[in-house]
Design a protein around this ligand. Structure first.
Ligand code: ATP
Ligand code: MG
Length: 232
């Protein structure tokens, strides 16, 4: 059997922020090493303030590491120029946050097509068919003309999941995707993410405070003192 390719490699990644005195730097990530195969589902646990969102932002090319290497799909993010990083963010990575960040003035359908606009694919028949299929997959096809204010929190998060997947990303990054939801809704969003990880062959990295959600992923890690410790 051919080896499954490693889609994401982090080598000794460090990140610090300038402290409140404006001078002293606070070390948040102090040597992160991680290797993820295509198609895996990973959970990252850790206390508030341990640097989980900081780590996802580096992996998602929203921020730059101070040192170390992040290689996504064979390309080192630290060596990419702004144009390449923009391409990465919109085509290789899908983001889901605790709050759905849907645009309130746009309909569900318009919201999920927003990531397709920069590449001019919002009128492309194949893309529209994919958007329709994903919306149907999350059982929201009857809601496509509604605005986010007319949907429940769980429904909004399902729209955000579709929006994150519409461009066929290689990597889906979810930062506490169920943190703002009640327990049952959180469980159903967790189920959905794991099912889509398999159906779409998208690699999934989820930051969560939910040990229950974490244990449904193929691997778990804990962020502790700036480094990642492998869980069971
Ligand atoms: N842009 C920034 N400038 C300065 N400090 C920052 C910045 N972003 C985050 N921090 C600090 O870095 C630390 C890690 O923050 P981060 O948001 O990554 O934690 P987290 O593990 O995601 O926490 P939570 O579980 O509460 O979301 C915190 O102490 C935070 O205050
Ligand atoms: Mg966070």
């Amino acid at each position: 059997m051919p080896d499954i390719p490693e889609i994401l490699i982090l080598d000794d990644v460090h990140k610090s922020y300038t402290g409140s005195d404006g001078v002293k730097r606070r070390e948040i990530l102090t040597g992160i090493n991680l290797r993820i195969n295509a198609g895996q589902s990973i959970a990252i646990l850790g206390p508030s303030g341990s640097g989980k969102s900081t780590l996802l932002n580096l992996i998602g090319a929203l921020d730059k590491a101070d040192s170390g290497r992040i290689t996504l799909d064979g390309q080192c993010l630290g060596e990419a120029n702004e144009k390449e990083l923009t391409h990465f963010r919109s085509n290789k990575i899908g983001f889901i946050f605790q709050q759905h960040h849907l645009l309130p003035q746009c309909t569900v359908w318009e919201n999920i097509l927003i990531p397709t606009i920069p590449a001019g694919l919002n009128k492309d028949p194949v893309t529209l068919e994919r958007a329709r299929r994903l919306l149907n997959r999350v059982a929201l096809d009857d809601h496509r003309q509604k605005r986010p204010g007319q949907l429940s929190g769980g429904e909004c998060q399902r729209v955000a999941v579709v929006r994150a997947l519409v461009n066929r990303p290689l990597l889906l990054l979810a930062d506490e995707p169920t943190g703002a939801l009640d327990e049952d809704t959180a469980t159903s969003i967790g189920d959905l993410l794991i099912e889509l990880n398999k159906e779409e062959s998208v690699t999934l990295i989820t930051v969560t405070h939910s040990v229950e959600l974490a244990h449904r992923m193929s691997r778990t890690y804990k962020l502790h003192n700036g480094t990642l410790e492998a869980g069971q």
